[in-house]
Design a protein around this ligand. Sequence first.
Ligand code: C2E
Ligand code: CA
Ligand code: CA
Ligand code: CA
Length: 279
Amino acid sequence: AKRDPGTSYRFYDRQLHISAGYQLRLEADLRNALRGSELEVYYQPRIDLATEAVRGVECLLRWNHPQRGLVGPDEFIPVAERSGLIVPIGYWVIEQACKRLRDAHELGFPGLVFAVNLSFRQFHDRKMTETIFRIIFNANVDTSLLELELTESAMMHDPEYAQRCLRELNQLGISFALDDFGTGFSSLSNLQHLPISLVKIDKSFVQDLGHSPDAEHIIRAIISLAHSLQMSVVAEGVETEAQLEFLRQQHCDEVQGYYYARPMPWDELVQFLNSRDRS
Ligand code: C2E
Ligand code: CA
Ligand code: CA
Ligand code: CA
């Protein structure tokens, strides 16, 4: 943060704000947000590179704060994790995803995959698989269209319990994606005994394309290793034609990013799907 005075100021400012008082206030607000209807799920399309079809959407949480406006998850997910609120919030997001999965089916988009982020902290809930099972059972959805995204670190706290959760949920038909891949410490081969069918390349690598030769090497290596382990690859943060071209050449399976679409409210997503369907 030393390079740019603007950046270091923002960083300092941010640290100041995260005082104990601010944290408690945010936590209380967040608790109300969950009870009220201030939380909203946005949907970002994931595009199949071979067919250009929308394969699925990632569910991304937003908070319509009465005073502060639209607050992004980077601002409140850490607070939700520290306070444990991410557990009920996480279930709420899965419920929303199931509801929209049914809506999508009725609107004529039956094969759309819904991906939901799972925090490491949700694994602290010993009733996680049971609760998720109840949610999907009540929603009566095709579980093969539900995908949970988790980072390597989510499984580090209690790897045995996490593995058991993944296996149980996988037996119900839910699939798993490894999020932000490349930023952690484990290697894909360490994870090959887990029911993970997809790897998401972190957007930092995609955005370094053209600026750092390392990014190219890393992306190539991830794609070839993932494919050799029968996993699909999604690149996130794709903003330019050049990034898209590189990923296409490397046989990346899917892309997600502003180049195609930003995360958007449900109604806009429906318009987006309809407009692509007709074209
Ligand atoms: P993530 O899972 O890595 O999600 C991808 C993030 O990249 C999203 O940020 C998305 O808006 C952003 N993104 C997508 N395409 C582009 C692009 O082309 N350029 C750029 N610059 N960014 C792009 P968002 O929505 O702010 O979410 C941030 C993080 O918050 C997510 O990162 C995820 O870790 C977390 N998050 C969001 N929703 C949930 C949730 O329901 N539960 C949990 N546990 N975490 C969530
Ligand atoms: Ca994600
Ligand atoms: Ca990610
Ligand atoms: Ca991320």
